[in-house]
Design a protein around this ligand. Structure first.
Ligand SMILES: NC(=O)c1ccc[n+]([C@@H]2O[C@H](COP(=O)([O-])OP(=O)(O)OC[C@H]3O[C@@H](n4cnc5c(N)ncnc54)[C@H](OP(=O)(O)O)[C@@H]3O)[C@@H](O)[C@H]2O)c1
Length: 248
């Protein structure tokens, strides 16, 4: 009997890192379900994928309907082996207005939880599956420029750690992906960037880490060093560095 096809879903596959992950999964032989809000861009990404694709719009800022739509997609694909939760927003908010903060939490926290619970419950039922969530090196420390963004990414990391614990001995793998700078629209406003990776390079490292069943992975790998530094330097020094980079 022929092996059943490998299947994956990427949440937030319309641009940047998620789009590159979807294409890379296709190149690695996976059928790919692509979701986000911008259907035209999802269809454009699907054109680049050599395997079978399914496009479904999902707006994760409406968590309950998003959860139902993800369940429907999983059913439509006959179950999946891999889910990458990549969707995220970063709203620079120097004036500390309320709306950008709440919008960030709606997508990066509530939307993330909606997608993660559906994904994990599907995998736990099958006793098999790979879940990766994209947090950020930004989750290691606060920032005055986009307070909710960094806090939301810390939430994602801690939430994934809880899911990882839940999956011990189940055959299900959970990986927390913490990118540094990746060349996408999301960071276009940041003037001083370093160690910037292409979305394609990031996508390769994300999938390698997930399939190696890593609990936490920094992308690119050299950010491990920076993550260690971020954790140990005092707040005053950290702030000086950020000010120099003109992100604050
Ligand atoms: N670029 C970096 O340097 C960097 C560093 C660390 C972490 N990250 C994280 O990596 C992830 C991808 O970001 P990116 O850099 O590739 O930026 P991007 O090109 O702006 O991609 C963001 C993705 O999230 C989706 N998204 C946003 N709001 C959504 C919503 N309400 N419902 C469903 N999907 C939504 C977007 O799709 P639609 O707009 O079509 O819905 C898009 O596919 C994010 O979680 C980001 O925080 C990025």
């Amino acid at each position: 009997m022929a092996d059943s096809p490998k299947k994956a879903i990427v949440i937030g596959a319309s641009s940047g890192i998620g789009r590159a992950v979807a294409v890379e999964l296709g190149l690695r032989g996976y059928q790919v379900g692509l979701t986000a809000r911008r259907e035209n861009l999802l269809r454009e990404a699907a054109e680049e994928i050599p395997t079978k694709t399914i496009v479904r719009t999902i707006d994760i800022s409406s968590p309950e309907s998003a959860a139902s739509r993800l369940e429907e997609l999983i059913k439509q694909m006959g179950g999946v082996d891999v889910i990458v939760i990549n969707s995220g927003v970063r709203n620079p908010n120097k004036d500390l207005a309320l709306k950008p903060e709440l919008d960030t939490i709606a997508v990066n926290v509530q939307g993330f939880v909606a997608m993660a619970t559906v994904a994990l419950n599907h995998f736990l039922e099958k006793k098999h599956g790979y879940l990766a969530g994209i947090s950020s090196i930004a989750g290691l420390r606060g920032t005055s420029n986009a307070p909710a963004y960094n806090a939301s990414k810390a939430f994602v990391s801690i939430y994934l750690n809880g899911l990882w614990q839940k999956c011990i001995g189940t055959g299900v793998t959970v990986t927390d992906i913490r990118p540094g700078f990746v060349d996408t629209d999301m960071i276009a406003d940041i003037p001083s960037k370093f160690w910037v990776a292409s979305p394609q390079k990031a996508a390769g490292q994300i999938l390698d880490a997930m399939f190696r069943k890593k609990k936490v992975a920094y992308v690119t790998r050299r950010y491990i060093l920076l993550s260690w530094l971020i954790r140990i330097i005092p707040d005053t020094l950290y702030y000086k560095v950020y000010k120099k980079m003109r992100v604050q």
